[in-house]
Design a binder for this molecule. Sequence first.
Ligand code: NAG
Ligand code: NAG
Ligand code: NAG
Ligand code: NAG
Ligand code: NAG
Length: 436
Amino acid sequence: MAKKMSTVITSSILLFLLLLLAVDTHAHNVTRLLANHPSFSSFNHLLTKTHLADEINRRTTITICAVNNAAMSALTSKGYTISTLKNILSLHVLLDYFGAKKLHQIGGGSALAATLFQATRAAPGTTGFVNITMLRGGKVGFRPDGGDMSSFFVKSIEEVPYNISVIQISRILPSDAASAPTTAPAEMNISGIMSAHGCKVFAETLLSNPGASKTYQESVEGGMTVFCPGDDAMKAFLPKYKNLTAPKKEAFLNFLAVPTYYSMAMLKSNNGPMNTLATDGANKFELTVQNDGEKVTLTTRINSVQIVNTLIDEQPLAIYATDKVLLPKELFKALAVEAPAPAPAPEDGDVADSPKPAKGKAKGKKKKKKKKKKKKKKAAPSPDDSFGESDSPAEGPDGDADDENADEASAVRIVGGAQAGFVVGLFCLFASSWLI
Ligand SMILES: *[C@@H]1O[C@H](CO)[C@@H](O)[C@H](O)[C@H]1NC(C)=O
Ligand SMILES: *[C@@H]1O[C@H](CO)[C@@H](O)[C@H](O)[C@H]1NC(C)=O
Ligand SMILES: *[C@@H]1O[C@H](CO)[C@@H](O)[C@H](O)[C@H]1NC(C)=O
Ligand SMILES: *[C@@H]1O[C@H](CO)[C@@H](O)[C@H](O)[C@H]1NC(C)=O
Ligand SMILES: *[C@@H]1O[C@H](CO)[C@@H](O)[C@H](O)[C@H]1NC(C)=O
């Protein structure tokens, strides 16, 4: 009897633990919360389209001031660009938790709430603050800095204390600052933005390369994210850059931009490899994004760099500064090997084996064959400049970086495995407790 009782208790506890694990531990999903309320579908759709939903899901202690579909038409009928819509809607995301109860108990009769608009660089001065005022008859009004008080609390929609509160307000908050036209993508002065915010050397390097400049400018419209090295890092790197052949210079510049718009929130939830503007069929030119808390790291097989600053985050363009120059393996594996490499033993008198940049595919292939031969012999570091680098593991000095990455990757795998093992283990315990 006692045993049966304890079995029941054990299995209940295990079942509870299993359920806990099964529940999505992600804090909240505003898209899903609002999906329960069809009369807010227009607002919800725009949160997704402007990528504000990602930003909202990443934060806690926030309040979303939503308006219903009828009130949204005042906004959607104006023909605003997506980045202006983003500014306007970000004014409706308060960086504090206001449930219905708190709204009606505001100490001193009014409160000033910072918004997501204020948190971006887009809001001039204090235009990103919203004044919440208690009015006669239990009314609560919302007035953006520099605007009128013409929008009022209607009702609470969803409350997850104290992570996220979604409330309905009667009208879109009127704000000249938020609805000001933003620069059209085609007119964005990429090098100007970089120069003004600590990436002047990279900007000048880009400007002096018409091919890459053109590729950058043409990519903005469809969405682009640039990872430009800060001035000190780029300055130190210039001698190496100048050593590259013309096509490699262009490939290197193109490698530091990705043909997709990534806000910081999106980068932080996007681990994994990304294509760059330098990627084409034969040449991968990938970089890998890795997140660790608030840190975003970019890696290749050669090195890793960290994002240290946001120069602009205005859909469709984001530019981030990095602490070092991210090196594509397609261009710098050879450089990393070159210095300490012993002179390769002449083979069949083929001089093409000297560590000079290989031009053309055929030569690259020939080299690769040779490389294999060498590997068998001695695994000597072999300089390989060819663009169409294969995925064979790197050898020689840069092998260290490779191993590090491999270690990290397997560590992640082990952690993931441990989690799965834990679940399976619990399940087995649970099952066996029934059998006892
Ligand atoms: C609130 O957010 C925290 C941190 O993301 C999360 O751990 C917690 O489960 C959330 N609470 C609720 C009730 O969703
Ligand atoms: C939030 O929910 C929507 C709709 O259910 C889904 O498409 C989206 O992937 C979810 N986002 C996250 C971060 O889970
Ligand atoms: C909010 O605005 C009202 C006037 O509309 C003003 O009296 C009050 O001081 C403001 N509150 C704060 C906290 O700035
Ligand atoms: C871009 O900005 C730079 C530096 O601010 C300036 O010299 C250049 O004229 C600008 N280009 C265009 C097309 O506006
Ligand atoms: C540039 O290339 C030359 C010849 O390959 C080499 O000797 C030199 O060290 C390189 N300079 C840099 C900074 O990489």
